[in-house]
Write a protein of this length. Structure first.
Length: 285
């Protein structure tokens, strides 16, 4: 009997140790999940599933990203993963616009029409890709309109709510607009590194725009745009211009790219919200 009891004791001990290990592993998994939840992350794997939403994210495709082939593929992707808005609350998340085609006044594209387009829309974010000239003015008008129309909240503890502002995020990717102006109207600006020594100062602006657009075409915009949309859905508010902003933009860019703050070549000062994206095929010297 003593031998049997010893064997039984050993078996019970082994079972107990196994249970402890399983509990330990389970706790570790939960801890890791909690840790990842505390830090804002974007999904690495996506599945084509979306639900109707009253809130909308507007995506404007401009210079370098407005070809018929690109738009057809990108809009189809956005429709599959996020759903497209048809102007109702029971439709998808994304409102896509293409410049200049969707902004024509006569034969000229007017990005300012975006203000009217979003008049009656419950906007929860705006993303511009290849923003044309004067986009910063339009974004400024959107912010001013939002200030006027948003009701003052009852909660007086939140400084933003006290001002009656419910701001939404504005992300700018690879703009062709005046950089200082669009920095002032965006949460952040993501731009491509350009070797200043290769630029000809007296080149016509149109040629400069075409050259810059050609540079950014080597970057796969689709995963970056997806990450930007996901980030807006996760944060539900503008990103603050603080020390954490670099980390946020790095997350949006994804693991394929390196992000660093833009440094003004004349002053040597780092920008607060202007960032340079680099990959293996192009790096600054």
């Amino acid at each position: 009997m003593k031998i049997i009891n010893n064997k039984l004791f050993k078996i019970m001990a082994a079972v107990s140790m196994t249970a402890l290990l399983l509990i330990s592993c389970g706790n570790k998994t939960n801890t890791e999940k909690k840790s990842s939840d505390e830090n804002i992350t974007v999904k690495e794997e996506k599945r084509p599933h979306w639900e109707p939403t009253a809130e909308k994210i507007c995506v404007v495709f401009g210079y370098g990203y407005n070809s018929e082939e690109f738009i057809k593929a990108e809009v189809a992707h956005l429709e599959e993963y996020y759903g497209l808005s048809d102007g109702t609350e029971n439709s998808g998340l994304i409102i896509p616009y293409v410049y200049p085609d969707d902004f024509k006044v006569g034969n000229t594209g007017r990005i300012s029409k975006l203000v009217n387009y979003l008049d009656d829309v419950k906007v929860c974010g705006v993303i511009t890709v290849g923003a044309p000239e004067y986009t910063s003015n339009t974004l400024s008008q959107l912010k001013e309109k939002m200030l006027i129309e948003e009701p003052v909240a009852a909660n007086k503890d939140d400084s933003e709510e006290v001002q009656g502002v419910k701001p939404y995020p504005i992300y700018t990717l690879f703009p062709q607009d005046d950089i200082l102006a669009i920095e002032a109207t965006s949460d952040f600006v993501m731009d491509r590194a350009v070797d200043q020594s290769d630029k000809i100062e007296d080149m016509e602006k149109e040629e400069n725009d075409a050259s810059d657009a050609q540079l950014v075409k080597t970057i796969d915009i689709q995963p970056i745009l997806d990450n930007a949309i996901d980030y807006m859905l996760l944060t539900k508010k503008p990103l603050k211009s603080d020390a954490k902003l670099l980390g946020h933009v790095t997350n949006i860019a994804g693991d394929e790219y390196k992000i660093k703050r833009y440094i003004d070549p004349e002053t040597g000062l780092s920008s607060i919200n202007h960032f340079i994206i680099e990959d293996a095929s192009f790096s600054s010297k």
